[in-house]
Design a protein around this ligand. Structure first.
Ligand code: SAM
Length: 228
């Protein structure tokens, strides 16, 4: 798999890559960060400009984005623009993207990007939540992390990723480690029993209970799916 991240702030992204699971992912997937400034035209290498129609904030120009994507060559499976008005980033979407061969993540900045890029180049728009961040760098890293950890070999044990929250529509089970007793707080007995089927039953029960209590929206979807 190949992931290209296009950004006006390549150093920020590269540093973050080196501090996260994405560093390990670099052995398993080709992860490249591209500086949009490199593709800017003119003496001043300007990548942004004032918005037509007036208003506050600058807008990323189309030329560097088109030039950068064209320079990547090939035809990426997805060109994803990170945007607050995109489809929500979910585990289901991360699963879908993890099956692609080549994805491009485009981080906006300032007021956003020239809309013609979205109309012509972008195949999908993804939001990391109903709030506005200053740039698409962190959202791009979130998508890259959620996808990369599903690629075999990136995590020590892929089974762990498959048992996490959301994979089967439920929240994850609580986790404990040694000591079994700590300041009068006990680990649930069943987890120390060595009885794998009882442990699996307990985990399933707790996952359902927590999902019902914490995320009634997910619980309703889960129940509806179980019925079909
Ligand atoms: N004017 C835009 C709007 O009202 O939707 C917000 C622009 S925001 C200040 C600058 C950039 O940050 C966006 O182009 C986008 O790439 C990124 N961004 C901000 N919040 C985001 C979110 N919730 N999800 C994904 N990307 C986001």
């Amino acid at each position: 798999m190949r992931i290209d991240i296009l950004t006006a702030l390549p150093e920020q992204v590269e540093r973050a890559v080196d501090l996260t699971v994405l560093r390990r992912a670099k052995d398993k997937i080709a992860l490249h960060v591209h500086d949009l400034g490199t593709y800017a035209e003119g003496h001043h290498k300007q990548i942004d400009d004032y918005p037509y129609g007036g208003g506050a904030g600058m807008v990323l120009k189309p030329e560097p984005i088109f030039a950068c994507i064209e320079a990547l060559g090939g035809s990426p499976d997805e060109v994803i623009y990170l945007s607050p008005d995109g489809e929500p980033l979910t585990q289901a979407l991360a699963n879908t993207l993890s099956l692609k061969k080549h994805i491009v993540l485009l981080a906006g900045h300032y007021k956003g990007i020239d809309h013609r890029v979205r109309e012509v180049l972008v195949t999908r728009e993804v939001s990391v939540g109903d709030y506005v961040l200053s740039g698409g760098e962190l959202p791009a890293l979130l998508v890259a992390d959620a996808v990369a950890r599903l690629i075999p070999g990136v995590l020590g044990d892929i089974q762990s990723a498959l048992e996490d929250s959301f994979q089967d529509g439920l929240l994850g089970a609580p986790t404990y480690t040694r000591p079994a007793s700590f300041r009068g707080l006990e680990v649930p007995e069943v987890l120390c029993s060595g009885n794998h089927s009882s442990i699996a039953e307990w985990r399933e029960e707790v996952r359902q209970q927590r999902t019902r209590e914490r995320r009634p929206d997910l619980w309703q979807q889960y129940v509806a799916r179980e019925k079909t």
